[in-house]
Design a binder for this molecule. Structure first.
Ligand code: SF4
Ligand code: SF4
Length: 335
């Protein structure tokens, strides 16, 4: 098989495994390493220290597999509408943790590649490669002004996985950037976190503040949080390329039941872990779940939420207690 035939063989294998998108980038693809290093140097990654670790590794695949010849990038569609509820969890986190689902599929593809004589290193998120620019290099789509990867078929709703391989595969054709004059994602952002086209200040982004950030939600971001208790999809929801989005075929992404937030305020740690077991929300921990839930209740709560809110006002965790007092005052002020 030549490099083109091998790529097509693997494309078919990927589709059979249930992957929705597939492309190949050359091992020395330009992943905008300078842009990434500048973004880190400007501190825009906030507390996400792991992003700053070893930027050379994150921008050069041969640093982890010296004989690497090609980089495969795959996509798994996760689109589904938000379940009806008075708060929102970002779509990617409604069901099973995508790392586990995607890693299993990548490993299956790696088995086929090993039989074809390759050595592989698969990664989902945690790996040394910058997935989004690499996906663009592999012809999956283009990085939009929101910095997210857009694909003509699935829009913004793809989980990305990367396989660095010693197999020589023909690179896929790159897609042009199709954002044009659109600025919907920039205009829709409730915290103006997309500070310029293609430039996101993570420290202002609600996805970062509600998931990665450890301390209290800064006061100026509490109202803009609105009903978002975990993550934010606003810049994705408004993207016109999502017109063709299709509901995911992956059953494991089915949403967990959405309990009223006040009911979650009486949870024990075990209740929290039990409810979110196997989902990305689990790593938030109960106290930061309460921090976020209390912020949303401060924005949207009613008198019937007050008993559960008040019960946390003297909690031993100072962050939880302060957020409970803030939520109480906001609900009372709204009447
Ligand atoms: S996820 Fe939300 S807060 Fe973050 S950039 Fe997009 S719209 Fe803004
Ligand atoms: S909303 Fe518009 S500008 Fe933003 S990523 Fe989508 S097409 Fe590009």
């Amino acid at each position: 098989m030549n490099a083109a035939e091998l790529r097509e063989r693997l494309r078919k294998e990927a589709a059979a495994i249930g992957l929705d998108a597939f492309g190949v980038a050359p091992v020395d693809a330009d992943v905008r390493a300078d842009y990434f290093k500048k973004w880190i140097a400007e501190g825009m990654h906030g507390d996400m220290d792991w992003l700053a670790k070893n930027p050379e590794r994150r921008t050069q695949a041969t640093q982890v597999l010296p004989e690497a010849k090609s980089i495969i990038v795959v996509g798994l569609n996760y689109y589904q509408p938000h379940p009806p509820a008075d708060y929102r969890i970002a779509k990617y986190a409604l069901g099973a943790d995508y790392h586990n689902v995607l890693v299993k599929k990548l490993k299956k593809l790696c088995t086929v590649m090993r039989e074809l004589g390759g050595a592989q290193k698969p990664y989902v998120d945690t790996g040394p490669v910058l997935e989004k620019p690499m996906a663009a290099e592999a012809g999956l789509g283009w990085q939009g002004k929101s910095t997210i990867l857009l694909q003509k078929g699935f829009g913004t709703w793809l989980f990305l996985g990367v396989i660095i391989t010693t197999l020589e595969l023909e690179p896929s054709k790159k897609e042009p950037n199709r954002c044009g004059s659109c600025t919907r994602c920039i205009d829709a952002c409730p915290t103006a976190a997309i500070i310029a086209p293609y430039k996101l200040d993570a420290r202002k982004c609600l996805a970062y503040l509600t998931i990665e950030h450890d301390g209290p939600i800064p006061l100026e971001y509490r109202k803009p949080m609105g009903d978002r208790v975990f993550g934010c999809d606003d810049c994705l929801d408004v993207c016109p390329w999502n017109k063709w989005a299709q509901i995911t075929k992956e059953q494991k992404f089915s949403p967990r039941p959405h309990l009223p937030l006040r009911e979650t305020l009486v949870w024990t740690e075990a209740d929290f872990l039990n409810h979110f077991k196997g989902t990305p929300v689990k790593r938030l921990g109960l106290h930061r779940w309460w921090r976020n839930a209390l912020t949303v209740l401060g924005n949207r709560g009613e008198a019937r939420d007050l008993p559960a809110v008040t019960a946390l006002e003297n909690h031993e965790n100072a962050m939880v207690a302060e957020h409970a007092k803030w939520a109480h005052a906001e609900i009372v002020a709204r009447g």
